[in-house]
Design a protein around this ligand. Structure first.
Ligand code: CP
Length: 307
């Protein structure tokens, strides 16, 4: 059983709870029958005010694989939001019907607000450019499973580090592990927000910033590619100018070492050429699958269904 009630940002989980979730996810992956019926009779509500493929489907797959059921909406236009209902009232209502709520919303802080009005646990599936804690769980599990440890490695975050909530959640969480060197690769306009680097500076967390992928790729153990977040730009002109700032292709992969892991939270647009998909170092679809196992572990733990 997790001590936390809601998961709004990764810091809601202790290091011990993170380790427990990774161990549980690994067991679920290796023993598909384990916990298979553990959530029978439980209901998951998915309230998605922004598009999603992986997060929503993996949460629903996770709940169904645990024997539970799902309800909700993938598009707010199919909900009473279009009639003017507030987020608070929507969440209050969903918590009358479900045992746990997963919510994605374009506004930073929406999941925290939802948690204040919900009578059941709320899991943040992305609030604007702020946090995406269960993607961080999927990212950490991927690194743990494929490298054997989350300590002592160099990670490069590349692309839209300003709006990329998965970057913000993962970069902050990695400071809890030892010997993790973080390299931020972005155009000047899409640098990681100063609230993160200020916190790093205040706590003596080392990092480097560059706009050149080629100059650092050879030193990386993990390359975390990201999409330029079109939906968070204020004008189309800036998006068009920046959208292809980095394209990882087979030629650039030649500069990287053989143990590199290429992660991407997905969806991918142009930033990774499809020719890279067949490179064994490209693990982003494995990462998407690990996302389902860690969400199974999370739901079973939150619903107190772990035997
Ligand atoms: N990684 C992720 O959040 O993907 P979706 O937007 O498809 O859910």
């Amino acid at each position: 059983m997790l001590k936390m009630r809601h998961l709004i940002e990764p810091s809601d989980l202790t290091g011990e709870e993170l380790d427990g979730l990774f161990a549980l996810a690994e067991r679920i992956e290796k023993e598909p029958r384990y916990l298979r019926e553990s959530c029978r009779g439980k209901l998951l509500a998915t309230l998605f005010f922004e598009p999603s493929t992986r997060t929503r489907l993996s949460f629903e797959a996770a709940m169904l694989r645990l024997g539970g059921s799902c309800l909700g909406f993938a598009d707010p236009s199919a909900s009473s939001t279009v009639k003017g209902e507030s987020l608070a009232d929507t969440v209050r209502t969903a918590s009358c019907y479900a045992d746990v709520i997963v919510i994605r919303n374009p506004k930073e802080g929406a999941a925290l607000l939802a948690s204040r009005y919900s009578s059941v646990p709320v899991i943040n599936a992305g609030d604007g450019g702020h946090h995406h804690p269960t993607q961080t769980l999927a990212d950490l599990l991927t690194i743990h499973r494929l490298r054997g440890s989350i300590d002592n490695f160099t990670i490069g975050f590349c692309g839209d580090l300003k709006f990329g909530r998965t970057v913000h959640s993962l970069a902050k969480t990695l400071t809890r592990y030892s010997g993790v060197r973080q390299v931020f690769i972005s155009p000047p306009e899409l640098r990681v927000p100063s609230y993160i680097t200020t916190e790093f500076d205040a706590n003596g967390v080392g990092y480097t910033e560059t706009d050149s992928m080629e100059s650092v790729i050879g030193r990386l153990d993990v390359l975390y590619m990201t999409r330029v977040q079109k939906e968070r730009f204020f004008n189309e002109e800036d998006y068009i100018r920046l959208k292809d700032a980095y394209i990882l292709d087979a030629r650039k992969m030649e500069l990287a070492h053989q143990d590199l892991l290429v992660l991407h939270p997905l969806p991918r647009v142009t930033e990774i050429a499809t020719e890279v998909d067949s490179d064994p170092r490209a693990v982003y679809f494995k990462q998407a699958k690990f996302g389902m196992f860690i969400r199974m572990a999370l739901l079973a733990s939150i619903l107190d269904a772990v035997i």
